[in-house]
Design a binder for this molecule. Sequence first.
Ligand code: FAD
Length: 531
Amino acid sequence: MSRYPESVDVAIVGSGPTGAAYARILSERAPNATIAMFEVGPTVSSPPGSHVKNIEDVAARASAQERSEGPGAGAATVSSPGAVKAGDRMARPGTYLLDDGYAFDGEDGLPVVAFSSNVGGMGAHWTGACPRPGDSERIAFLPDLDELLDEADRLLGVTTDAFDGAPYTRLVRERLAAAVDDGRPAGRRVQRMPLAVHRRDDGRLVWSGSDIVFGDATRQHPNFTLFDESLVTRVLLEDGRAAGVTVRDLRNDRVHVVKARFVVVAADALRTPQVLWASGIRPLALGRMLNDQSQVVFAARIRDGVPASAPRHAPAGQSDEHDVVAGTLSEESGVTWVPFTDAAPFHGQIMQLDASPVPLAEDDPAEPGTIVGLGLFTAKDLQWDDRVEFSDDVTDFYGMPAMRIHYRLTDRDRAVLDRAREEIVRLGNAVGEPIDERPFTMPLGASLHYQGSVRMGEVDDGLSVCGPYSEVWSAPGVFVAGNGVIPTATACNPTLTSVALAARGARRIADELHATEFHERKLEHDSRRTR
Ligand code: FAD
């Protein structure tokens, strides 16, 4: 017996925030449509897709993280202090790394590029930073981009005030503003980081995952079903158009065909092109212009501006660069955003940490909020040859075509990184006294913001995979979703933008479903009249 339906209107591959955005918009706008979502990983949190940070029990949270790590489950992760700087190739909790194919001789590669396999995808493990793209990060050919970003804010439950009560947040913001804001337009000045998080009435933080994106509209939709532990191995085409998917039920290893009029592949920016490749959908641009953000991190301590009478707290342990980039945010943390501009091409995520990334003297403990972790992300100089390729002979852990990543930093990338290292020291000094001796440059792939591999284009000129509604040029009815769709080189965290693009694609499918429904009703009406 198969647990899957024989056919649906829309099949969605992947249950991260972008797949969930399709499910939500379709549930709201096309309530008659039947939708099946297939996710290769298990359900690790409740409600399905919710952020693991919302799991209060530490052991239960660790177990949810480990069950998200697919083939890497059980391997050491960088959760321990100092691990990032030690240079070991380790994944962050809830993610796993590639065994091979991540770097080749003479190239830089993406050594720590990572994946999550669980209901909710990486969105069950992310930091939730949702800044808006600016200047060259924006997609110039989308006239409705701002409205779509507002829609993405709604879907992800983005707020800016969750950490307003955190100590010294305002001081940090004011000091950074004094160092940065001169000459910037209002929207690109130093400000609170928009975050996908809200506070419950009892004061507890609730981090947004796919559960928030699904919302009740999806969960209560009688025609929506989420199938976990279900690997989509192929998208099926008939006469060049979407016709369904082939799914392997990982509970019993049986393979099934589910017919669908529309297929949305939202399987992250490396596995989305993998699914297309496996399906024989291989446009020239597939996997090309792959780009990720380089990152530098630094830490400073606020000593002045702290009242002498302020209560002293013992250090809560040791924080790490991992906290800056992966967001181990506690109730005491504040997060400040230094927006990217073309003139200052860095996206700044400045987080107040509970404890220092380097050991402090025992008689000089830091007060919460006074240790400031600074992270600057840079946008890649886009190159056609930066790419993920797939093997026709070798398979990965899941039996899908194995990946080979070719990736190089250009001279321009290195020059921008040098500028970022200078800038982060300047910002650190503006905020307080530097704790680190020098900035640390994260290994490539660490941002987990890899993008561009199924890029959107305004016209089908061979340089893009999909059109402005995310529909694959060469395969009508097949839509792609996720960071891979973003055609620009962004320095800011990309999920808000990807969810915005997903909303646009989902609305298009809803419109097409309505048009077909109307057409079918009209045909039925006409045939009744003639009978
Ligand atoms: P994903 O969330 O990766 O979901 C894709 C899903 O598809 C996965 O669950 C996967 O198992 C499934 N899948 C893959 N292949 C198949 C298949 N063949 N069949 C069935 N299912 C399949 N981004 C930000 O914007 N801001 C941040 O602050 C931020 N912080 C982060 C911190 C961490 C620690 C991590 C891990 C990520 C962070 N990110 C951040 C990145 C963010 O999580 C991703 O951009 C986002 O989750 C992408 O959403 P998605 O739906 O496209 O893909």
